[in-house]
Design a binder for this molecule. Structure first.
Ligand code: IPM
Ligand code: MG
Length: 356
């Protein structure tokens, strides 16, 4: 199995280093043959090659069976022209590899309940998955840009757009995910106002007929944003569009207490995937070795389960993480479970240093 490792910027390299350690440990313990290759992406690639996504990085990502991504960005790149900003590289990889199905599991860890802003009874036992469509919507729709009007003032334009085929494939992924869990799918849209989302609801409903065992509900994005913090345990799988999923997943991270705990998987139709923490590059804490690496480690678990079809190894990694949390490990502690060692010099400040 060829794994492309793209650490990126900010805390990306620090957390990815820990993820890679765990991946190597899991490979050794479970006898997986893996070959890791690293490449630059984001701001560091721009510094070195003048482009955030050098052709060799994209080629490596294409050839790999799975990709482990860290984070990209940094204040110094925010004023670069579009196309050269670090975030554009990640968007290009998602789009070029057609990684349309972005799974963001939101699981409450009892050990972190103190870190949330919620009452314990609201968040204890939360276990939901956000399936965010990742390669279409207003992120990629045309026309887009900033134009100058005849009176000299400017207008910004972006286009929300979905084809039937794009809705169909992510809907199927949502129904299959719900079927493998508690059988409930909530589709989130804004069908009351936007035609794009009217089509979304129509297609999702139509596909629902093929999954009579899955209970399908619909919510508008505003109501979903409210329900997610009011009754989070009512959700099993949420399927939604790119922009809404971006927003809902940051909101949902607070149910867990830290966005630094959230892994994600972005899969294409063949099941090939990019695995990455939901958090960003956190430039304010980068280089201090205080970033929580668990989102990267849990992304490795998702890679093992979904990308490499090794549920046994994935469960062992998750068990090790659970043990680290349960035992309340502090600086330089190491925990072992199922033969996997998880634990880094950084892990001590796990609860204190949540990423934003
Ligand atoms: C995410 C991030 C990205 C997105 C940015 C970095 C382009 O916020 O993965 O949620 O908006 O998709
Ligand atoms: Mg986001």
């Amino acid at each position: 199995m060829k794994i492309a490792v793209l650490p990126g910027d900010g805390i990306g390299p620090e957390v990815t280093r820990q993820g890679v350690k765990v991946l190597r440990a899991a490979a050794k313990r479970f006898g997986l043959e893996i070959e890791l290759s690293e490449a630059l992406i984001g701001g560091c690639a721009y510094e070195a090659h003048g482009h955030p996504l050098p052709p060799e990085t994209l080629a490596l990502a294409r050839e790999a069976d799975a990709i482990l991504f860290g984070a990209e960005g940094g204040f110094q790149y925010e004023t670069l022209p579009r196309g050269l900003r670090p975030g554009d590289a990640l968007l290009s990889v998602r789009r070029e590899l057609d990684l349309f199905a972005n799974f963001r599991p939101i699981v409450a860890w009892p050990e972190l309940s103190d870190a949330t802003t919620f009452k314990p009874e609201v968040v204890e036992g939360v276990d939901l998955t956000i399936l965010r469509e990742l390669t279409s919507d207003i992120y990629f729709g045309e026309p887009r840009g900033i134009e100058t009007l005849p009176d000299g003032s400017r207008r910004g334009i972006n286009t929300m757009s979905y084809t039937e085929a794009e809705i169909r494939r992510v809907a199927h992924a949502g129904f299959r995910a719900a079927r493998a869990r508690r059988g409930k799918l909530c589709s989130v849209d804004k069908a009351n106002v936007l035609e794009t989302m009217e089509l979304w609801r129509e297609i999702v409903t139509e596909i629902g007929a093929e999954y009579p065992d899955v209970e399908l509900t619909h919510l508008y994005i505003d109501a979903a944003a409210m329900a997610l913090v009011r009754t989070p345990k009512a959700f099993d799988v949420i399927v939604t569009a790119n922009l809404f999923g971006d927003i809902l997943s940051d909101e949902a991270s607070m149910l867990v207490g830290s966005i630094g705990m959230l892994p994600s998987a972005s899969l294409n139709a063949d099941g090939k995937g990019l695995f990455e923490p939901v958090h960003g590059c956190a430039p304010d804490i980068a280089g201090k070795d205080i970033a929580n690496p668990l989102a990267s480690i849990l992304s490795v678990a998702m890679m093992l389960r979904l990308g490499l079809a090794r549920a046994d190894a994935a469960s062992a990694v998750e068990a090790a993480v659970r043990r680290v949390l349960a035992e309340g490990h502090r600086t330089a502690d190491i925990a072992t479970a199922g033969g996997i060692v998880v634990g880094t010099e950084q892990m001590g400040d796990l609860v204190v240093h949540s990423l934003s």
